[in-house]
Design a protein around this ligand. Structure first.
Ligand code: SF4
Ligand code: SF4
Length: 184
């Protein structure tokens, strides 16, 4: 009988305690959002998926070299020595540790982890792991400004090559015969 009464008392006390916590939290402001319809503000320094300012990148490979898990790969060719024609810049999120080292080492501040917008800044949802090797390139080949600059450079070179070669200089005239004083 005593145990029965004790059980009833514990049940009532536990319920009251739970209700007390619920009522206390009802007055607190909400800290959750209805993702993905609503999204939290991304603070500077947040380590999310990478973005690349492709036009600024100088193909120095420093990010790939410092990456502790070798998950960055890039390929581009130089056109007219200074313009990059892009083929690949991938980050393999099967391996990435979100350590930020690649961002910190970049000498021109062109790779970031807090600039993506939309639901993809938080999550890549997939059942195929091969899709997690993501290419950050926005365009392939040369940039628009690169194409114009290369075209101009090549047109200038072609124009310079088509110019007629300057006429060869006339040979210097023979030196005058020295005068003699013979018979003077
Ligand atoms: S965040 Fe770290 S692990 Fe991920 S790509 Fe950059 S250096 Fe590599
Ligand atoms: S460190 Fe920066 S500039 Fe160098 S290859 Fe990586 S992203 Fe490009």
């Amino acid at each position: 009988m005593l145990t029965y009464a004790r059980n009833i008392r514990d049940t009532v006390m536990t319920t009251l305690k739970g209700m007390q916590i619920t009522l206390r939290n009802l007055r607190r402001p909400e800290t959750t959002v209805q993702y993905p319809e609503e999204q939290c503000e991304i603070k500077p320094g947040y380590r999310g998926f990478h973005t690349l300012d492709q036009e600024i990148c100088i193909l120095c490979f420093q990010c790939a070299k410092i990456c502790p898990v070798d998950c960055i790969e890039m390929a581009a060719t130089r056109v007219e020595k200074k313009f990059l024609s892009w083929e690949q810049f991938t980050v393999d999120y099967n391996k990435c540790l979100f350590c930020d080292l690649c961002v910190e080492v970049c000498p021109v501040d062109c790779i970031h982890m807090d600039r993506k917008t939309g639901p993809s800044q938080y999550a890549v949802i997939t059942d195929d792991r091969t899709t997690l090797n993501i290419d950050l390139l926005i365009y392939r080949g040369l940039s628009e400004t690169g194409v114009k600059a290369v075209d101009k450079l090549r047109a200038d070179k072609a124009a310079a090559a088509a110019k007629p070669a300057p006429a060869p200089a006339a040979p210097p005239s023979a030196p005058a015969a020295p005068r003699t004083t013979e018979g003077a």
